[in-house]
Design a protein around this ligand. Structure first.
Ligand code: ZN
Length: 547
């Protein structure tokens, strides 16, 4: 495995040298390099049609993924393993003055010596055991591992029994447009080639889970992600007469306090617990300055799941928002009483009522009043929003909620709960089906038989969100209905091939390089584990699964 390690390291550097920030044309630069490298391999010179681009559906940037298929000739097994790696990275502005070196790892290591670094980073830098740079860890090293393994298997295809489908996908750090377009293609390929898919293997990064954690992790599953969102309608007032109104910022702050970092909202399965919800946005929707309080505000959260479906999460956060709403009203009443007393004014209870409804409930209420007109107005709005590429999925959803709410005769304060895109279903290998058992056995065996000075552990949930989510989808009708009916723009602006995902239905595993600080300018990959050990684990797992 020595020469493949060198090759993986060199390829990691080569791929990292191509800037491929998510949402830019640079993603295609790296896709084209990968395509070219495969094209030059003797196997793909013999079988050029087994190499193809998969365009990201409806992508204004024209981004694409690369799909390479290797069919073993050492037997007639239909067993096929799907391998995926993402080729995009997050942005590079976090490098500040060193930004131009972010994609030049060797020079970056020199430049980093000139800046102030945290102690552990400095230690790793001076040890020489790490490679620094944007994307080296997340996840060009992983892509290099898969490409190199596919190449070495393709070189000896005469003695290889089974098949590999490798997808180098774009837009993972954004909306997973790459993987979502690859899923239907995988089904088509299965049909065309008579493949029997047995698992989906990813090589995304894996990092220490706590300070000083030395364990290396393999994951047979991945965390899910939802974005519960709240459109908060208050009642405007003059700043000099605040008790006449209900401040939507006050209300959204109460929802923030209730949900943000609250471990009560963590989701659990198999003894593994998600991180608590964390806010991604909170702002009011007032355009101009004036001494008037805002009429509406909105906020949304990143919400990890291990076992709860969209319906359960929605119910939970709606209950939380209602608690928050009541607390605000109680506090307003208490403060108003004090204020009246201090001024010698007569005091009355304020008129507010805590009301939290879902987007689907709002739609029902407005539909009952306005009938077909609602659908006409929303359809016209959707057409307008879709024509404007500058409107992203989150703003699209917000505009839909705003407009729907504006058509309602009841304009009293209310919180409308809905989902903003994207949605990543959680998946994990329970060990129930034949394929799941096979995957678990294979990975356990590989770990047990690998003689390396690392503690390698098997966990259920890859914690950093990954494209593994799209290897399958929940079969639960209520859960999916709740998602469809409460995510404005679903199927129009935000495309999720739920039926294709359900049909693919593969157990998943992530065996990634080890390193630290993904998505930070101190991003780095540990060379020995990542270039020597992880590739061996990946290779052995592939061979074990196809045997
Ligand atoms: Zn990644």
């Amino acid at each position: 495995m020595k020469d493949i390690s060198k090759k993986i390291e060199a390829l990691t550097l080569e791929l990292a040298g191509i800037r491929s920030v998510v949402g830019t044309r640079g993603e295609n630069d790296v896709a084209e390099r990968i395509y070219t490298k495969f094209k030059e391999m003797s196997y793909f010179r013999r079988h050029p049609h087994r190499l193809q681009y998969i365009p990201a559906a409806g992508d204004p940037l024209g981004r694409k993924s690369v799909l390479a298929t290797v069919k073993g000739e050492g037997g007639n097994s239909n067993k096929t393993l799907v391998l995926i790696g993402h080729i995009d990275t997050v942005g590079t502005s976090d490098y500040g003055m060193l930004e131009e070196y972010a994609t030049r790892p060797l020079e970056l290591a020199e430049k980093l010596r000139e800046v102030e670094l945290p102690e552990d980073v400095l230690r790793d830098l001076e040890s020489g055991d790490y490679l620094f740079g944007r994307g080296v860890f997340d996840m060009k090293c992983g892509v290099a591992i898969l490409m190199t393994i596919v190449e070495s298997i393709a070189q000896d295809v005469a003695s290889f029994d089974g098949n590999l489908v490798f997808a180098a996908v774009c837009d993972e750090e954004g909306n997973s447009a790459g993987m979502l377009s690859v899923v239907p293609e995988l089904l088509r390929l299965r049909e065309q080639e008579g493949f029997e898919y047995i698992a989906l293997l990813d090589t995304d990064y894996s990092a220490p889970r706590f300070e000083g954690d030395k364990t290396r992790y393999i994951y047979v599953g991945t965390v899910g992600k939802l974005m519960p969102s709240f459109y908060v309608v208050g009642s405007e007032a003059h700043g000099g007469d605040p008790f006449k109104g209900l401040d939507p910022n006050h209300l959204s702050s109460a929802i923030m306090l209730e949900i943000d970092f609250n471990t009560r909202y963590c989701d659990e399965a198999e003894g593994e617990v998600t991180v608590p919800p964390i806010s991604i946005r909170q702002q009011d929707l007032k355009q101009e300055y004036s001494v008037q309080t805002a009429k509406a505000s909105y906020l949304y959260f990143n919400y990890g799941t291990h076992s709860s479906g969209p319906d359960e999460v929605l119910a939970k956060v709606m209950a939380g928002a209602e608690t928050a709403f009541r607390k605000v009203i109680d506090s307003l009443n208490a403060e108003y009483e004090k204020y009246c007393l201090a001024n010698g004014f007569p005091h009355e209870k304020l008129p507010w009522q805590a009301r939290v409804i879902s987007y689907a409930q709002l739609y029902e209420a407005v539909k009952a009043e306005k009938g077909e007109e609602v659908d006409r107005v929303l359809a016209a709005l959707e057409e307008k929003l879709l024509a404007d590429d500058s409107i992203d999925e989150r703003i699209y959803a917000l505009r839909m909620v705003e407009t729907l709410h504006s058509m309602w005769s009841d304009q009293r304060p209310v919180v409308v709960a809905y989902f903003s895109p994207p949605y990543y279903p959680h998946v994990y290998v329970r060990g129930e089906s034949e394929l799941e058992k096979k995957l678990l056995d294979a990975v356990r065996e590989v770990i047990a038989n690998t003689d390396v000075p690392y503690d390698i552990q098997l966990k259920k949930f890859y914690p950093y969100i990954s494209d593994l989510s799209y290897a399958t989808a929940p079969q639960d009708v209520d859960a999916l209905d709740s998602l469809r009916n409460n995510m404005p723009g679903f199927g129009k602006k935000y495309y999720l091939p739920l039926e294709a995902m359900q049909e693919l239905n593969l157990p998943v595993v992530n065996i990634g390089p080890f390193g630290k600080d993904a998505h930070k300018f101190t991003e780095r990959v540990e060379k020995n584990y990542s270039f020597v050990v992880a590739p061996k684990l990946v290779y052995d797992t592939i061979m074990k699964l196809l045997r």
